[in-house]
Design a protein around this ligand. Structure first.
Ligand code: NAD
Length: 464
């Protein structure tokens, strides 16, 4: 990843100014306009499902079922939800006014922020660029989309489809890489919504700070997966393997590594081997249900991790096809890159820990993860896990599935990000929740006005 330090070229000033001028005219505040844009977005995805699948096949060899599950299904359901609740979300939210504020009425009034910059990552290149666009539209904003150049076929498809389906005066797509993103970040936006790695997250945040622009950072990190003594091993193995193999492990919430107690280690690994056979057959590199690695750079980065432990299952790879077999690794060196960097590929270290407490201590010693998983049938262990680990999202006895629940806001904490979206959380994130109070004129309560005296203080203390 190149980090650019030179002065950015202001190549997008006109674009951002024209979006802002359109926003200022007020068209995007109209709920009917927002609903039409959301409907158009759904139609765009429906009409071009095949082209989207083709682009994702070129960029990632993504199987059709993963295109639907990992990219489109979430978008369709988020659009449906936003259209259903738009009026409710956008309406003023009354709050109570204390006695000291009487006579008066108070409410929170969501208002659009203005022009939002959405920067997407390559691993789910449709979902991660259009997912934040849904709340941006619902909340009444204009937006510039910057899809990831690392998935170029999908980026150019997004650009042509958005241009054809959405209001061109409100939305623009900028294709390109570091230079274009740097130039965009030099502009003043009203919010920057970035999905990607933490190193660039810092660049984004410091560029936004120059304009005091708020940011949402959807980052990554090492998401741990703990399997305790009481876990249902067959189910745990199946779900962990699926979570690691979807998108060939290139998923921000994929289980990065497994911590397992001695009692279950061998059995868990054996069960994982069986699940791999069942899901991908013996020749896993040939499976059409299994993605490729995005590019040579990431392929080579991942292969180096194989030196940081002992391969127990898998390990085969093919640079021509950019495929790496799902690989389980043991005897891992804890200070090696495999355990200090986010893996973001189909390599799964399985590490023995004495007990749950040791596992929790190990997780706490690292950065706060984006997701944390525990497989257990013990309620006490579940409680301990939930109350001692801080993570963006947590799931007991499964991986990923919290993504299906609209009312569970999605986002990281600490190093894994800031700000949440999905469902109403996204709408609120890309709105300004403006506080409003309307005061009655009569009766006038005189005690707050000068001249002050001891009696007024007494009354204030009583009713304040
Ligand atoms: P990436 O290389 O696609 O970069 C993300 C975006 O940042 C791209 O649009 C790119 O153009 C831009 N960018 C890259 N370098 C830049 C620079 N120097 N200055 C300005 N912009 C720059 O994606 P990535 O970083 O490889 O993404 C992988 C990471 O993203 C992983 O850590 C993963 O966990 C995380 N991720 C998080 C989520 C989430 O929802 N929290 C989702 C997917 C991926």
């Amino acid at each position: 990843m190149t980090i650019q330090t030179e002065q950015p070229i202001p190549m997008f000033s006109d674009k951002v100014s024209s979006l802002r001028a359109y926003f200022d005219q007020g068209a995007t505040r109209d709920l009917a306009w927002r609903d039409r844009q959301l409907a158009a977005l759904a139609a765009m995805l429906e009409d071009h499902e095949e082209r989207i699948a083709e682009a994702l096949m070129v960029d990632l060899a993504k199987p059709e079922q993963e295109v639907y599950l990992g990219e489109l299904a979430l978008l369709f359901s988020e659009i449906k939800l936003a259209r259903k609740h738009l009026k409710k979300w956008a309406r003023k939210r009354r709050v109570s006014t204390p006695l000291a504020g009487q006579p008066g009425q108070s409410w929170v009034m969501p208002e659009p922020l203005g022009v939002v910059l959405i920067i997407g990552a390559w691993n789910y290149p449709i979902q991660l660029i259009l997912g934040p666009l849904i709340p941006a539209i619902a909340a009444g904003n204009c937006a510039v989309l910057k899809p990831s150049e690392v998935a170029p076929k999908t980026a150019s498809l997004v650009s042509s489809l958005v241009g054809a389906y959405l209001d061109p005066e409100a939305f623009a797509v900028v294709e390109g890489g570091v230079e274009e993103t740097t130039a965009l970040l030099s502009e003043r936006f009203d919010h920057v919504f970035y999905t990607g790695g933490s190193a660039v997250g810092k660049i984004v945040m410091s560029a936004a700070a120059k304009h005091l622009t708020p940011v949402t950072l959807e980052l990554g990190g090492k998401s741990p997966c703990i399997v305790d003594d009481s876990a249902d091993l067959a189910s745990a193995a199946r779900r962990i393997i699926w979570g690691k193999c979807v998108n060939a492990g290139q998923t921000c919430i994929a289980p990065d590594y497994v911590l397992v107690t001695p009692k279950n280690k061998e059995a868990l690994i054996a069960a994982m081997g069986k699940e791999l056979d069942r899901m991908y057959g013996r020749d896993r590199l040939a499976s059409t249900d299994y993605c490729k690695i995005i590019n040579e750079r990431h392929f080579d980065r991942l292969l180096q991790y194989l030196d940081d432990g002992e391969t127990i299952i898998g390990g085969q790879h093919d640079r021509e096809r950019l495929k790496i077999e799902p690989t389980v690794i043991g005897n891992v060196r804890m200070d090696s890159p495999l355990m200090t960097e986010e893996i973001f590929g189909p390599i799964l270290p399985v590490i023995e820990v004495a007990d749950l407490d040791a596992a929790l201590a190990q997780v706490r010693a690292g950065d706060k993860p984006l997701a944390a998983y525990l497989f257990t049938t013990n309620k006490h262990n579940e409680q301990k896990f939930l109350s001692t680990i801080s993570a963006g999202n947590m799931c007991i006895n499964d991986v990923f599935m919290f993504m299906l629940v609209h009312d569970l806001p999605f986002g990281g904490v600490g190093n894994s990000g800031m700000g949440q979206y999905h469902g109403q959380a996204g709408f609120d994130r890309l709105s300004h929740l403006k506080s409003v109070m309307r005061r009655g004129r009569f009766p006038e309560i005189w005690i707050r006005f000068a001249p002050y005296n001891a009696f007024k203080i007494k009354l204030l203390k009583l009713f304040g």
